[in-house]
Design a binder for this molecule. Structure first.
Ligand code: NAD
Ligand code: IPM
Ligand code: MN
Length: 322
């Protein structure tokens, strides 16, 4: 029995995740889904955003479908998303950006860098330790190299080695791994890369970078495909995997039935690929494309469909295209 943990989270997570879940349930009626309630609203209600039992429940699943969690404006609050990524050692954050003439995979290191959590604040100074380890860099580099090989594509290393010593370290390890693997690679400073990616997306295949740069680059790259409502992600480790849209809880549009569920549905498609159902993933992508090219889409893509109405249209489309 395949068991999927479902975390709606907060905000539009409550709107987009039910659509993604319904799509999975349609393609795989044999899957068992179980909810895990973590996040800001859970914290408001109980004072605890995520307990040890919740982490255990997530670990018990074959895969996790995740919405988004609001970060409350509090100084000492520990991000639930980061806690889950670290507890499950989900070290690779894969963020595909696909459109006409380009097919890019952003491979974001997901456990260290500026997200080390090693921080100090005093009245006069605050510091965050940027950790780039040999182990952390080696494994993300090898993941990116594997993806570049699969696609027969170029590996681009994004860094700021002109300024930051830890990025000299990151670049050199990635370079050594790429040379050892015999793949084509180049490297670029992350600032120049960010603009060039928008201007010449066809020149990029797999981009590997550190945690915070990958966070920013993936939101920037969403511009190429019509915005955050479209970009999915996979958080992969050696034992566990979690699939979530790149976007957050979008409090500005939450509860309005206007959020685009495509990023969440595409995340569900990545979950299917992870579980070995490439055909199911391809069916989902084809159905999305068929709807969007006919103008069946949400407001962010200039359509008039609500989140749920688009979801229903997608289910109908999937049901008629086996
Ligand atoms: P956001 O991604 O939630 O929203 C940015 C903008 O994009 C907003 O204008 C929003 O309306 C729009 N948008 C996002 N998703 C959309 C969709 N599916 N359809 C249409 N429009 C969409 O980023 P933010 O506003 O900076 O953050 C809001 C909250 O989400 C914060 O608390 C942040 O910490 C959290 N967040 C959580 C995650 C996560 O849980 N994985 C990811 C990013 C942000
Ligand atoms: C993302 C988000 C998270 C991140 C936040 C909510 C912790 O922005 O998944 O892109 O910074 O990784
Ligand atoms: Mn982000």
């Amino acid at each position: 029995m395949t068991r999927i943990a479902v975390v709606e989270g907060d905000g539009i997570g409550h709107e987009v995740i039910p659509v993604a879940r319904d799509v999975l349930a349609l393609l795989h009626p044999e899957y068992e889904f179980f909810p895990v309630d973590v996040g800001y609203s859970r914290w408001e209600a109980t004072g605890c955003p995520c307990a040890d039992q919740d982490i255990a429940a997530l670990k018990s699943a074959d895969a996790i479908l995740f919405g988004a969690i609001t970060t409350p404006p509090m100084k000492d609050y520990q991000s639930v998303v980061l806690r889950i990524r670290k507890s499950l050692d989900l070290y690779a954050n894969l963020r595909p950006i696909r459109g006409d003439g380009f097919d890019i995979m952003i491979v974001r290191e997901n456990t260290e860098g500026l997200y080390s959590g090693i921080e100090e604040s005093s009245p006069d100074r605050a510091t965050t330790l940027r950790v780039v380890s040999r182990k952390g860099t080696g494994r993300i580099a090898r993941m990116a190299i594997r993806l570049a090989k699969e696609r027969d594509g170029l590996l681009t290393i994004g860094h700021k080695a002109n300024v930051i010593k830890s990025d000299v370290f990151f670049r050199d390890i990635c370079r050594t791994e790429a040379e050892a693997a015999g793949i084509a690679w180049n490297d670029k400073f992350i600032d120049a890369l960010s603009l060039d990616l928008l201007q010449h997306p066809g020149n990029y295949h797999v981009v590997v970078t550190t945690n915070m740069f990958g966070d920013i680059l993936s939101d920037v790259a969403a511009y190429l495909v019509g915005g955050l409502g479209l970009v999915p992600s996979a958080n992969i480790g050696d034992e566990y995997a979690l699939f979530e849209p790149v976007h957050g809880s979008a409090p500005d549009i939450a509860g309005q039935n206007t959020a685009n569920p495509i990023a969440a549905v595409r995340s569900a498609a990545m979950l299917l690929e992870y579980l070995g159902d490439d055909l199911g993933a391809a069916r989902i992508e084809a159905a999305i494309r068929s709807l969007v090219t006919r103008g069946i889409c949400t407001r962010d893509l200039c359509g008039s469909y609500g989140t749920r109405e688009f979801g229903d249209a997608l289910l109908t489309e999937l049901a008629k295209t086996p």
